[in-house]
Design a protein around this ligand. Sequence first.
Ligand code: ATP
Length: 437
Amino acid sequence: MAEPNPELFEQVVNLCKRRGFVFPSAEIYGGFRSTYDYGPVGVLMLRNVKDAWWRSIVQLRHDVVGLDASILGPPQVWEASGHLSNFTDPLVDCKECGNRFREDTLTDPTTCPNCGSKNSFTEAREFNLMFKTQAGPVEGHGADAYLRPETAQGMFINFSNVQHATRKKPPFGIAQIGKSFRNEITPGNFVFRTREFEQMELEYFVPPEDADRWYSFWCEARMQWYVDHGMRPESLRLRAHEPDELSHYSSDTSDVEFLFPWGWGELEGIANRGDFDLRQHAEHSGKSLDFFDQGEGRRYVPHVIEPAAGATRAMMAFLMDAYHEDVVNEEKRTVLKLHPRIAPFTAAVLPLSRKSELSDPSKKLFAELAEHFNTDYDETQNIGKRYRRQDEIGTPFCVTYDFDSIDDGAVTIRERDTMKQERIPLSGVATWISDRL
Ligand code: ATP
């Protein structure tokens, strides 16, 4: 069984800043708490995480279609979903130091963790986690609107639109990737919990009698997805919710958890939600959201299995799991052992020298590889330093064009994890790499 490693947290956060994965947002103005910007390699990696999810959930499945719903929504949606009344945390303020805490996360509810005062807390108040704004041109007179706190409701309210447009019949799913917003009281642990984050959600609609079977299917499939994309099985577990953790409409929920440096934490929740969501929206909107099965001559409200994952949180877990330090030639080497589909760059082209006899053909090779996958090009510094840089951002294959290449038309490919080098013909590089993806 793997153990949490508290040091790893600082190591990964430092690497993220140094190499351009994630920067604190608005840093030159002193930062804006719990918001982050994804830098040049971070944006590539985050896209790869989302693409890998989309590929497995939408592209490779004939029974799932995609959606990109709006972020702004009217209060009716959130009344029906229960977010307006239930999506709250109990908050207390310390009367001595003024700091605010989530009551349910205090280790000692009588003592302020900031100033140590005893019995200094106000009565708990319910605090809604949704960001509210006004849509319309006149300050204070617009219509109330909310930033979505999850992408899921977009799929529920479009159930009939999508079903009619695609003629899909349960079991079928609607999938979406996009930003969600929650005014979290205790954001933190880097991008684990932020107020603005990205989700990858699937709502899979099934005939009621098949719900249990599909719930088990999706629990297994979603665990496997992380493993297939390079996460070590010992860093993952599937934890079924205890009966007192379940929401009133959900018969089963399991979390895919990852062993973060501070302990196990949720990556994704898979819930058997019954017909709660479609029924709520049908009642509140007055529009039918049921399905008529012509073959069987029966009408029913489909049940929903929901695998709901965080893209930004998954990216952080992939980074933490891939972080390794080893010693090469008596020097510390930091390497991200990321799966080639998740690593920001699949390949890097490194001419041995900046001379045009090497850099010109190297740029040609770059242009060829870049047609197929994210490719980096780097001709600064000595080759050893460039290899180290690529190791640190997790590039699985470095291709070096040297002086011999001019004569023998071959290049050296260095593999990140084993550091083994292989000489192969220039014309075969793209295929050699594709074969290993
Ligand atoms: P948590 O218990 O960690 O707050 P949750 O159970 O409220 O999460 P869900 O509503 O099930 O989360 O959302 C699905 C996924 O979205 C989570 O598993 C997580 O990966 C991601 N997620 C939720 N809230 C945040 C956040 N504030 N920052 C980053 N990712 C988040």
